[in-house]
Design a protein around this ligand. Sequence first.
Ligand code: A3P
Length: 281
Amino acid sequence: AAQMKDEDKLYKREGILYSSILSPPETLDKLQELEAREDDLILVAYPKCGFNWMLSVLSKILNASTGKNEIQLERLPLVEFLPPDVQEKLAEMPPRRLLGTHLHPNNIPPSFFTKKPKILVVFRNPKDTLVSYYHFMNKNPVLPNAGPWDKFFSDFMAGEVAWGSYFDHALAWEKRLDDPNVMIVTYEELKQNLSEGVKNISGFFSLPLTDEQVSSIAGESTFSAMLENSQKSHGNTGSIFFRKGEVGDWKNHFSDAQSKQMDELFQAKLAGTNLGARLKY
Ligand code: A3P
């Protein structure tokens, strides 16, 4: 990845940018055949909305509730990163599988909807998501450098970033909000009350927990606890998935004009929707 030129790191497929290295066309083609199971745990998030946070929470819930300790968390990437031969091996994985993706609902494996596994969707307010994405691109060798802030701002607004438009994703999931197999949590709500989030998620996936288990998982899943744990296990400054972990960092990045521009787009796309009302920033 380090040798690849920035302009070659992303390619476009049906109007959406993807990583050339991790999600080449053959991987995305093959993904259409992935067979979901009804008892799979599916985790979906637009990039930088808190995917790795919820992946950790979900695997802790699964381990605590089943009394097993099998989930190799760090090794569980997004399904769109699995080469075709690895995708085939998913069929041999014992239940309950934990599968993740950043893909738009139109592009996730169709069986994710027909087999009706439970799908947990994580969203975050678009301003903080943009800021987080900007910093991530500058740290992740697989993605091109974000370029100057103003350029990245317009790329994000136009959906010209890997995995496509934040707003298209939000609108598409908003339409599925009442689907009994879909639960949406927001970064902001989780920051406000993580125990409540853990409890709701465990109930949604029918993975019962005691009150003690709920509070210990919440305690182990705060930003500082997870960062410390990652530093301990990796012996470095932690993974690139930890940065600030706060709500409202956009105020340190957006100009007034940019904030207004985002508000207008948000208003045009998501105002009046249930999801929109939950993405306060
Ligand atoms: P910031 O860049 O704003 O700090 P993803 O996992 O979807 O890539 O999202 C990454 C974002 O989630 C980063 O946001 C990261 O710091 C934040 N994050 C990671 N672990 C977290 C935690 N335990 N609590 C709150 N935020 C967390």
